[in-house]
Write a protein that binds this ligand. Sequence first.
Ligand SMILES: CCCCCCCCCCCCCCCCCCCCCCC/C=C/C(=O)SCCNC(=O)CCNC(=O)[C@H](O)C(C)(C)COP(=O)(O)OP(=O)(O)OC[C@H]1O[C@@H](n2cnc3c(N)ncnc32)[C@H](O)[C@@H]1OP(=O)(O)O
Ligand SMILES: Cc1cc2nc3c(=O)[nH]c(=O)nc-3n(C[C@H](O)[C@H](O)[C@H](O)COP(=O)(O)OP(=O)(O)OC[C@H]3O[C@@H](n4cnc5c(N)ncnc54)[C@H](O)[C@@H]3O)c2cc1C
Length: 556
Amino acid sequence: MFIPTLERQCTSEQREKFLPLCYDYRIIGTYAQTELGHGTFLRGLETTAHYDPNTQEFILNSPTISSIKWWPGALGKTSTHAVVLAQLYTLGKCHGIHPFVVQLRSLDDHKPLRGITVGDIGPKMGFGPNDNGYLKLHKHRIPRTNMLMKYSQVSPDGTYTKPPRSTLTYGTMTFVRVLIVHGSAIALAKASTIAIRYSAVRRQSELRPGEPEPQILSYPTQQHKLFPLLATAYAFHFVQLAMMKIYTDVNDQINNSNFSRIQELHALSSGLKAFTSWVTNAGLEVCRMSCGGHGYSQASGFPRLYADFTPSCTYEGENTVLMLQSARYLVKCVRDARSGKTLPGTVSYLSEDVSAVHSGGSSGRDLSNLDFLISLYKQRASNQVHFASDKVDRGISAGMDLVGALNSASVHLVSAAKAHSHYFIAKTFVESLKLLKASSELQNVLHQLASVYVFEGIAQSSGDFIEDYILSGSEAKTIRQLAVDLLPLIRVNAVSLVDAFSFRDEVLQSVLGRYDGNVYENLFKWAQNSPLNKTDVHPSYHKYLGPLLKRNQSKL
Ligand SMILES: CCCCCCCCCCCCCCCCCCCCCCC/C=C/C(=O)SCCNC(=O)CCNC(=O)[C@H](O)C(C)(C)COP(=O)(O)OP(=O)(O)OC[C@H]1O[C@@H](n2cnc3c(N)ncnc32)[C@H](O)[C@@H]1OP(=O)(O)O
Ligand SMILES: Cc1cc2nc3c(=O)[nH]c(=O)nc-3n(C[C@H](O)[C@H](O)[C@H](O)COP(=O)(O)OP(=O)(O)OC[C@H]3O[C@@H](n4cnc5c(N)ncnc54)[C@H](O)[C@@H]3O)c2cc1C
């Protein structure tokens, strides 16, 4: 995050000064924004940067215990520098959060500089090797030119020039949210690889006396656990490609001072980061549990994969907060649509009339047709967004202000943002396959994956579709059965579909997911390396167990 911030927020002179040092690893930096007291509410950050025109320096300070920077990765022991986000004060006025480059440690002996108290925040649930740290600033002075001034400036006499958009300071977070969508795809692909390969190796239970124990991958319940997640990993692969394309396009526009799509990008990246990380987080646990006891061993790779992935739901914008950000934009779009404005691509459906035509019991509609089902996802999203938006409007009519009305409708707003994200993902998956240049055999297999993703997505949220009369109960049941009917077909190619992710064993870090499938021998070998097995009799025996046993044996 340090380098992308410098790349996006530096003037050309600052780029020339700082970036070569980063690229050559002559300095190592972190992104120090979150404080003990604030991670979400950025306008509430308390670190201050007061400009001193006499010395042309900023004086950075942590005025309160809650203002201590807390969590930034590699801040504790590694980083020599940080981008510090602080409230800018000049000529007696506060201008809000701005980024400053601050050197933390000496480049000679790595000791913290004067005015800098820095250290590690202590053990965490995961990310053990990462020294997430704290930073307390004691009236620490930095040159004026260390404020990143691409978008806003402070002149030598202290005059402040404001940015074209205050939210341009938040650009790095948007970029990393886009990367986290990619990270979700990777993590779910890894978990699917481990669980499906192991399920092809593991045999368990005798279905009928005398019959060989079947591969657990042959059980419909095992397939129902794993194949929708496999399909989701493929869906997220295609959606991260689409998200990165949109990001790159909008970022190019921003670099040309065209800020027209910055809100759309913020809303989409917020919704997809939250949706994909939540789904992946839950999916990792399903994959682990599908491997039985061995899934709980560190040897499986799942404990570390989960512990390192799960903060994706919190960092770079806590997921609920980001869904609310996405929903806030969607509500605005409904208003714009109602006033006749044209909406941007990813939300243009909100101005269409997608009112449901409920067909009653026997629909006669082709419930296996993906294009038709995507139109139902669109209907569900539009209904939920309009419903939540109407709730906000009713709140305002009842006398609330906008903030109060948004807050009181927030549960429905989150549901609406989830439905919007889900529609974007399902649509992108189906459309991406149409554009794919692949053999008919491969197209057929990928179509099976897209189908099980779309069917299961409806089955798991059938209440949404039934409540709004988008589907009848019997249609929802039919779609649920269509998903189950696909499982044995996907079984044929399941192992090939995870092999296609081509994770090397060294990357997968899983005895259960080894490419050669030689699990039991390698589990036993792995156990031999356990520190507890260094000696047959553990030293603790002589200290605790031995005396206890001997004392009680003498009583026999
Ligand atoms: C381009 C080429 C790319 C090449 C790529 C090569 C790399 C690819 C290699 C493959 C990689 C794959 C593997 C990746 C693995 C994953 C990698 C990621 C690992 C990440 C580790 C990260 C570690 C963690 C870091 C952090 O956590 S940093 C700190 C993060 N903190 C936050 O996110 C704070 C969240 N809070 C907020 O954002 C804000 O407070 C808020 C938005 C919640 C609220 O803001 P505010 O209080 O001001 O309230 P409002 O709601 O009124 O907002 C005001 C208006 O501002 C707009 N807004 C807000 N944010 C943004 C934004 N980001 N952009 C634009 N606009 C924004 C709101 O919409 C409001 O606007 P309005 O008034 O018009 O409505
Ligand atoms: C592993 C890890 C690495 C990190 N790395 C960095 C880093 O490198 N740099 C950095 O600056 N930060 C980093 N962070 C901090 C991270 O960005 C914050 O933890 C994150 O933004 C969430 O903020 P918070 O912790 O204050 O949670 P809070 O915002 O306090 O969230 C607590 C609860 O309050 C709810 N909530 C908060 N606001 C609202 C609202 N407006 N409406 C409804 N509900 C709300 C949330 O939904 C959540 O349920 C990291 C965190 C972790 C865990």
